[in-house]
Ligand binder design. Sequence first.
Ligand code: ARG
Ligand code: GLU
Length: 719
Amino acid sequence: MKKLIALLVISLLSLRAVFPGEGMWLPLLLEQLNESEMKTMGMRISAEDIYSINKSSLKDAILQFGGGCTAEIISNEGLILTNHHCGYGQIQRHSSLEHDYLTTGFWAMSRSEELPNPGLSVTLLIRMEDVTRRALEGVHDNMAGSEREARILENIKKIESDAVANTHYKAKVKPFYYGNEYYLFVTEVFTDVRLVGAPPSSIGKFGGDTDNWMWPRHTGDFSLFRIYADKDNKPADYSPDNVPYRPKNHLPISLKGAEKGDFTFVFGYPGTTQEYLPSFAIEMITGETNPVAIRLRSKRLDIFDRYMGESDLVRIQYSAKHAGVANFWKKMMGENRGIKRLDAIAKKQESETGFIRWASENPERNAKYGRIIPEFEKLYAELSGLKLDETYLIEGGLGVEAIRFAYSFKGLVELARDNASPGDIEKAVSQLKLSAAGFFKNYHRPVDESVFSALMQDWFSHQEAVRMPQGLVRASIPYGTNYARWAEAVFSKTIFANEERTMALLDGFKPKNAKLIENDPMFILAKDIYQHYLKNIQPGVARLTAGRDSLQRIYMLGLMEYQPQRRFYPDANSTLRIAYGKVDGFYPRDAVYYRHYTTLEGILEKEGLGMEDYVVAPKLKELHAKKDYGRYAAPDGTMRTAFAASNHTTGGNSGSPVLNADGQLIGINFDRNWEGTMSDLMYDPDQCRNISADIRYVLFIVDKFAGAGHLVQEMTLVD
Ligand code: ARG
Ligand code: GLU
């Protein structure tokens, strides 16, 4: 009896261990590694329905959107869905004072009103293939690192060119498990992608930075685009003759919603995770670099806040910059907190001790793996110092806008010095004029001057002078510790914090004027900071990172041998992955439970707080007052706005479809909860949740709020 109970407990424990959602899996290996578990968790479709190269599958509806987001095809006329924050740049570029689409929203009421977006592309995966054997051909264990790398690079080039010979496809081979495996991705890239619809920011960005990385959430974070192709349905650059793309597949949409415990999966392009780092790396990130970056960003944000509160113009000029700085700032704080709460460093140390013991059990193993952990320790001791230098330089020195801007004139100085042709110089000058106009449109010198003073003060008081850019140190000497006076001196003299001076320099620029740039105090500082980075930081970081990667490659193999029961997934690397989990709430703190969904009621609740991030459009309030939700209401009559689930996601998963057990679209992923942001380093099933807009809220906004029901008409709604 006792034995039986013990067995039961063990099997329950192991069930718990595999159950809730860690991992970003390769579509190609789903059938082999995940299908049976997915079915146990409730999935009713097959791995072949998700990824197949023999028949049309869900993967034919998944896109990488621009460089860093995911989108999905939701009609047979090329309509695609992504996040509002992913389409933000495009929406902003089409906006002007007369048509402020960010504020009012944008809806194309006919195809002719859909707006082209030069520079934007979406990428469809045609197929993927394990090419490890070919990539590692001719590689052997006693090769030097650089020789090994060169050999692999050569192999990869050949695989890529073979894969797309005589097609319009593109090919890319990427390493997995730190170079233990290689996969080939053949893709089709579409470049005529037009804006179809976006809600006003009061919906698409509801909650703003206040709610960013947080649950409970009420953001209608979506926008709609359409792919256009040529008459043969092939990718083509924008042309008025292009027609809506006819996809192999598009996602059906379910209005049945997501209830607690329901199986869901996320299909998209996660960017970067680092799940297999040693404890030393976690110590470096959470103990050294994150705290410095957080502190320096806090100082910058405080200054932004102060000036933004004083002037509407500055508020508009700095709102996107503020959001950009704040996004990762908040993420790093959540990550540090999560790692601590998980006791992740101690957990890693414990497993490393076990690994060393296991390796020492037999001489062959010991030869292969025994040195890995001590070598990691040595390597990170050196890397930590350099990473800290890098963090100060990037978050400190390069946090000053004028320093980065001044450095963009370096190319012009070089052209002048190298006696470039007048044509080349003119081209460079006109490009700089364009970027200068963009820069000064959103530049407020007093903000930047305060930032300079605050960041230099922080940098100089925390780092030894010998570790800092020497020109910078010398330039500071006349001002002692009066950083405000130093800032004042630099900013009043420089060309690059002043639009008139910059334009005067560029208007009728002559090669001999290059002296004006070279003698500019901001340019001199910028050059010194960048040179310090290129000479004293970057080479060491590159060398140590290469060393780290080759240690990681062997460590990865060792871990797989050491823990044969554990299922390993490769770290995210911007390739197509599947995460699966369950709709679920969580306990952020003792006794506090967060339900798995939010409703429109919460939007009005938040409005009551009277904050700028919680403004509600009158039309939305009207619809709420009349409970005019149509077929998009939940069975209990509420309007569900968002839901949380235990899918393992990261940056790049923004815009990813969240699908139900039948492979139907029920939501669009846009964020994670703050308590779970350490999942890039270590996942915790109790705390890690992805946040999705409920598809019923999305369609309600399109149909009832915007009156763009014709778009819902072209989608495939199932029940
Ligand atoms: N945290 C999300 C992501 O990493 C959303 C960022 C955009 N939203 C915002 N309020 N800044 O991309
Ligand atoms: N907002 C993120 C993105 O843009 C997704 C959130 C996350 O990091 O999980 O990809």
